[in-house]
Write a protein that binds this ligand. Structure first.
Ligand code: AHG
Ligand code: MN
Ligand code: MN
Length: 282
């Protein structure tokens, strides 16, 4: 495990360097979710693949930018599921982006996630890492090394609201709920990159990030194995909750395909309880 975490730290500075220096154009290919790949998506994916070729504990890789499962060391224990560059379409407008990693042991499902990490490439590079029995730890990157900055704990109730998805395509229930939060005084904080959006809510004490089912995306947009489930562990271990629109824990999701998506809600206890009430799942 130590090797995997050390490799992720190294990757962070390589991807940061690619963001600073590489061409921002599109490649001529699409990923499994039918999205056009930027050259930076492909490059970041290759950086990660290359870095893990020599890590013997990794059995397989599952990437947002790869079709299926990529077998690595047959004697390895862990499968690493990752989004190499989340929010990559925000690089050309110079907003923050990220990388997300889920480390699974055994079958690829929520309950087998044993650790997760994400990196934020913003004005600074930061990393958050968590395992099942610890609080998430925040690291700051300085001169190609990470320094531990402390544990992350969510308050019972926050102040921020990050509502994803096209509003026109929200359900009435969802719209009423989001309106209610604003009426209670919540402030809008939404950049369109789930890593910086979820990071902000975590570090500012709490609130709600949602990417609901919409009429155009009935299963939501965000992908279970490398976006939704890794962040669910981080939110739960920080003292918050992470559920789908049925009120089920995202950490209990069982994807039937590596690129399956799920409606998702991450927040502190107060907002998630309010959501369950609004959705009739309490
Ligand atoms: P990616 O760049 O890896 O495809 O993911 C982008 C995700 C996520 O970061 C964000 O919350 C969401 O897409 C926003 O999507 P829309 O703007 O399409 O609603
Ligand atoms: Mn993503
Ligand atoms: Mn991505």
């Amino acid at each position: 495990m130590l090797n995997i975490v050390e490799t992720i730290k190294k990757i962070a500075f390589e991807i940061e360097n690619a963001i600073q220096t590489e061409d921002l154009g599109y490649s001529d290919s699409e990923n499994s979710s039918g999205e056009e790949q930027l050259k930076l998506d492909v490059k970041s994916d290759l950086i990660i693949e290359k870095a893990f070729t020599n890590v013997s504990s990794v059995k397989a890789l599952v990437s947002e930018e790869k079709k299926g499962v990529m077998e690595m060391n047959p004697n390895g224990e862990y499968t690493l599921c990752y989004d190499p560059l989340d929010g990559s379409s925000l690089v050309d407008v110079n907003l923050s982006v990220g990388s997300i990693f889920g480390i699974y042991k055994g079958e690829l499902k929520g309950e087998n996630l044993i650790a997760s990490a994400y990196i934020v490439y913003g004005p600074r590079v930061e990393m958050v890492y968590v395992e099942r029995d610890m609080k998430p730890l925040l690291y700051g990157g300085y001169q190609e090394t990470f320094r531990e900055l402390g544990e992350i704990t969510l308050d019972e109730k926050g102040k921020l609201n990050g509502p994803g998805g096209t509003q026109q395509n929200w359900s009435k229930t969802h719209k009423n709920f989001i309106d209610r939060l604003f009426q209670e005084g919540y402030r809008l904080r939404y950049s369109g990159g789930m890593v910086p959006d979820l990071h902000q809510i975590l570090l500012k004490g709490g609130g709600l990030f949602s990417y609901p089912a919409t009429t155009d995306k009935p299963n939501g947009k965000l992908r279970q194995l490398f976006e939704v489930i890794p962040f669910a562990l981080i939110y739960e271990q920080a003292g918050g909750e992470a559920i789908n629109d049925k009120g089920e824990r995202l950490l209990e999701l069982v994807p039937s395909h590596p690129h399956d998506t799920s409606p998702c809600f991450f927040g502190s206890k107060y907002e998630i309880n309010a959501l369950k009430e609004a959705y009739g799942r309490d």
